[in-house]
Design a protein around this ligand. Sequence first.
Ligand code: UDX
Length: 436
Amino acid sequence: MVKARKSFKICVIGSGYVGLVAAACFSKLGNRVICVDKDRNKISRVKKGVIPIYESGLDKLVRDGVKKKHLFFTSSVSEGVQKSDIVFISVGTPSRDNGEADLSAIENVARYIAGHLNSYKLIVEKSTVPVQTGKKIRETIKRYSKKGVEFDVASNPEFLREGRAVNDFLSPDRIVLGVESKRAENILKALYKPVKAPVLVTDINTAELIKHASNSFLAAKISFINSVSLICEETGADIEKVALGMGMDKRIGRSFLDAGIGFGGSCFPKDVSAFIQIAKKSGVEFKILEEVKKTNSLQRRHFVEKIKEELWILRDKKIGVLGVSFKPDTDDIRESPAVDIINMLLSEGAKIKVYDPKALPKAKKILKGVTFCKNVYSTAKDADCIALLTEWEEFRNLDFKRLKLLMKYPFLADGRNFLNKDFLESLGFKYTGVGR
Ligand code: UDX
């Protein structure tokens, strides 16, 4: 007889990008999930199936979960906590000015949970937090909860990439469980049993550190290949072939060796800065990561210099920008290299037109003095340069002959080495890539 899969009563506090994906996926796995957020407007919109983020597959998961009565939304933390056995904390941990993670939301939620512990709960950190945060959560809950109430704290970091978050949650490379009791370990192992992936059980500190170290290493890999791309430009080597040759070594691997205008998003920049501060607090100067940050911001400036090299004076030159999200398949523009580059071009007096398949609503809130276009061709009209800054699939097979006729000067600056250089040059474009 097939053993019935154990289902859990789960509360997910924080229905942002991580929390909403976790809640929807846990409900798909057959658990009863209450997703909590203090933003009442967001809660009422999500209840109607209006998802605040563009993430493929998420809206269907949320709708199914709500329909099957596996997924509920509320702005009451006490309701969520008291009706659940496992409480996931997935609130934001934004960067403070010095790069440290701001943990005030985490501390606030820990105090709130403490006040509503009506039975044993397993409290799990899902947010990316500095090492030893779990210890602070445990101390806070102990201090603010009724004497004798039993609970455990654990760490279960997420490794979700925007645009593929649902897939990364349900088919991860690994599941990391940072626990301090067998009880917590058994609960989390049972919860993740339906997910086919290797499970690594560690203590809480180790699990917290795995997350920061993983993201920082991936960011370092990107800055490494970007520095190599600068050497390629000076020596006439081809960065694409260099990356290919490097990646054929299994110890290196081809992924995350794409040279371009560098990394952005709500994770890499924040996590690298946080890790540098964490190291500093432990008395370690993490010099490599300081360089990773510097290289990443220089890469954006370098791309603007390449446009200036071709156009000379940028004042009043018309530049059509394709892509403003920090990467394709998301509408997220947080820390986007494209936003930085657009602002640098504006400060040189260039006239900027922008098109992005998904991110324009968010871009309109922060980009001033640019013209927003509905498609690639209106962006290219009378342009002295087209700058491709995000490699959306729809930019791969454009009608480049038409594009060339629309432009004042057929100059294409490809910030993501996304387009076919030889083909474009055969059409008469002046093509500039990164490291090739
Ligand atoms: C990242 C991590 O991949 C994920 O595991 C973690 O949980 C959250 O942070 P995400 O920020 O969504 O995910 O995007 P990712 O696909 O990793 O790309 C991050 C940035 O690096 C993007 O701006 C992308 O354009 C850039 N990038 C990525 C490169 O410049 N070169 C590459 O080879 C890969």
